[in-house]
Design a protein around this ligand. Sequence first.
Ligand code: FMN
Length: 220
Amino acid sequence: MKGRVATELHLENNGMSQGMSNNNSNIEKKTAKEKIIAISATHRDESNTEAMLLQTIEELENKGYEVQLIKLRKLNFKSCDGCKDCDTNERCHIKDPLTPIYRALLEAKVWIIATPEYWWNVSGLCKTFVDRLNAYWKAREKYFEGKYFAVITCGGQPIERTGYAERYLELLFGKLYFQHIGSVRASADGPLEILKQTEKLQECRELGKRIINKLEEKQT
Ligand SMILES: Cc1cc2nc3c(=O)[nH]c(=O)nc-3n(C[C@H](O)[C@H](O)[C@H](O)COP(=O)(O)O)c2cc1C
């Protein structure tokens, strides 16, 4: 892959707090380039969805956008334990490698979520990550209104038998008040098999362009 590689987020727990108000100046401040976060929810290294995501990232970086890439498989993070404490205090009591990621998530204007389709749904990593967002459910409008999301998915079945992961994520982020920019869905099964599908890779680059158009339209 040519060009720059997205910054992989610094993963150590540096004690940042999770629950941050949308009034925080870092979030409201208009920066020259809005922050973009890319979440890779594949379980394997030679991943089709991550290869697709990297195309979108490269397009964004070539236009000067900073993208923070979170590879969920590299984080040894825990499942939600269902305690529901977060319903009242808007933060997760679990302290693990996901803890310092919350700040970056809240600061980003755009989230790009890339997941393989597993059992007619998102990957286990993706679902575990989503469950850990429960702290923001009650005050979702405050945290997420004005943010955008884009989705990248890949299933091993023929394309017409896929789409469940994409539909799930579009539903979920809609409920969280995010606005949808676009989705790219592919069919490929073997490791990095997607690299043979140049049109699909181009679709991922087009998704990057759509993200830029949306951000630049908002800034004028
Ligand atoms: C546990 C498991 C469940 C899967 N379930 C589905 C499925 O329901 N539908 C589908 O189209 N592909 C399914 N697949 C195939 C993957 O979606 C496919 O291999 C995809 O390329 C994986 O993406 P990745 O390379 O980004 O990890 C499954 C694969 C695994 C390992």
